[in-house]
Design a protein around this ligand. Structure first.
Ligand code: NAD
Length: 451
């Protein structure tokens, strides 16, 4: 079997080599999952939820190891990695307590009869995940699918391989029955083999280009797809915003995980009266971030995940500077071992520049001063993405937020994902929703019994 390396982005050292699952391994895994599915479904939702409770305990017990694995393989600062494990455990408990109720039968009283709507599992779910939240993205796709009574094949991104294997061990320690979960390591070819295999649902999280390909392959087999793809979230600052709050949220929203988050704030629109003050304070806050090795507890921002990712970002920034963008801070790769890029703030940008038109998956914040909220909304809604958005401001903020075309909008706070409500994008950012009652029931067939 071919193998691929996982490389520490902070040090450029090879951490290990892992097998690239081919068609035969994928087929074996899917047929084992098909066999295991009936017993798993027969357990009932409450019993399945019990495994999530046990998983939460194991995640808490293994917290330090799993977080260090994540930091090493994809460059997330240790503090953020620890928070990701904590989130996974807390969300597992929430889903375990609320999820079974979402799967209960619904009755609809008709004139002379009753319709009973029963949510039954779809069968085998393929979860294809990215590297940027290697634990949480996997849990976000797996936990609802498992709770609903499906068995699951997880195909993590290559740079999230070690975390995915640690998660598999955690499920094993939680005594998840055999035949319920398989992890298939590898890249795009493994993912595509999984989509072609006889699975019933594909839950994909990743880039728009890969998502389109997954949707096309899934369509050939008439398989349901949930697609969570890229974003270029607007961050709107109104003139009456609390400036301290706006700068704090912008700094966290753009530079957390080195800007490699689907719902990172990626385009900044600031009403004219407050634009200069916001610009100066935001650029100062960005320049002060401590950039360093992901495992150093003092690090606030780590490296980018791969050399290619850094080259792509550098090209987007370089082309935008050549077209007239001004660098307020950063704008370049750091000259040291590892794939570091300086926290960057740009102004004098225009909507046609790459940093505004394309998704920038790295620590780059382009700022535009706007005449008023209407102009901010028009510019924010331009383009193909519609995942998240943030509005910071006074009384007008909720009304401005309601005009933004996005799956999630935060008012005076950043957006997040949570098992208690649906997550996903509009336009080119996604199809369907994960999480919440709607997300869990979307992984079921709805069967109606008329009595
Ligand atoms: P990617 O699209 O390169 O890879 C995502 C996953 O898909 C990986 O496991 C990869 O191996 C697999 N894959 C790639 N091509 C495939 C194919 N043809 N068939 C089947 N599988 C295939 O994305 P990435 O670089 O890992 O992650 C970054 C992207 O993910 C960004 O665009 C980001 O916005 C997006 N993302 C979206 C969300 C969301 O919830 N909407 C969350 C996190 C990341």
């Amino acid at each position: 079997m071919a193998r691929f390396p996982v490389i520490d982005p902070s040090t450029e050292q090879v951490l290990g080599e892992f097998p690239e699952a081919g068609e035969a391994e994928v087929a074996d895994a899917v047929s084992a999952l098909r066999v295991g599915q009936a017993d798993w479904a027969a357990l009932g939702a409450e019993a399945r939820a019990g495994y999530l409770v046990d998983l939460a305990k194991v995640l808490r017990a293994r917290r330090d190891d799993i977080a260090a694995t994540m930091s090493r393989e994809m460059g997330k600062p240790l503090t953020e990695a620890l928070a990701e494990v904590d989130k996974g455990a807390a969300q597992a408990l929430l889903l375990a307590s609320q999820g079974p109720g979402w799967l209960a039968d619904e009755t609809v009283a008709l004139e002379t009869r009753t319709a009973v709507v029963r949510a039954v599992p779809r069968g085998v779910v393929a979860a294809i995940t990215p590297w940027n939240f290697p634990l949480w993205q996997a849990l976000r796709s797996l936990m609802p699918a498992l709770l609903a009574g499906n068995t699951c094949a997880l195909k993590p991104a290559p740079q999230g391989t070690m975390t995915a294997l640690a998660l598999r061990r955690a499920f094993e320690e939680a005594q998840l029955p055999r035949g319920v979960l398989r992890v298939l390591t590898g890249g795009a070819a493994t993912g595509e083999a999984l989509v072609r295999a006889p699975v019933d649902v594909v839950v994909f999280t990743g880039s728009q280009s890969a998502g389109k390909r997954v949707a096309a392959v899934a369509a050939e087999g008439l398989k349901t797809c949930v697609l969570e793809m890229g974003g270029s979230d607007p961050f709107v600052v109104l003139a009456d915003a609390d400036l301290d709050l706006a700068v704090r949220l912008a700094t966290e929203g753009r530079f957390r995980n080195a800007g490699q988050i689907c719902i990172s704030a990626k385009r900044f629109f600031v009403e004219q009266p407050i634009a200069a003050a916001f610009r100066d304070r935001f650029a100062k806050a960005a320049a002060k971030l401590r950039v360093g090795d992901a495992l150093d507890p003092a690090t606030q921002m780590g490296p980018l995940v791969t050399q290619q990712q850094r080259e792509r970002l550098q090209a987007q920034v370089g082309a935008s500077i050549a077209a007239g963008a001004r660098v307020l801070t950063g704008g370049r790769a750091l000259e040291r071992k590892g794939w570091f890029f300086a926290p960057t703030v740009l102004d004098h940008v225009t909507p046609d520049m790459p940093v505004m038109r394309e998704e920038t998956f790295g620590p780059v914040a382009p700022l535009m001063a706007v005449r008023d909220a209407a102009e901010a909304v028009r510019l924010a809604n331009a383009g193909d993405f519609g995942l998240g958005a943030t509005v910071v401001g006074g009384a007008r903020a909720p009304e401005v937020a309601a005009q933004l075309q996005a799956g999630l909008v935060g008012v005076n706070g950043l957006v997040t994902s949570d098992v208690r409500f649906p997550f996903g994008g509009v336009k080119g950012s996604g199809l369907g929703r994960e999480l919440g009652r709607d997300g869990v029931r979307a992984l079921c067939d709805l069967r109606v019994l008329l009595k």
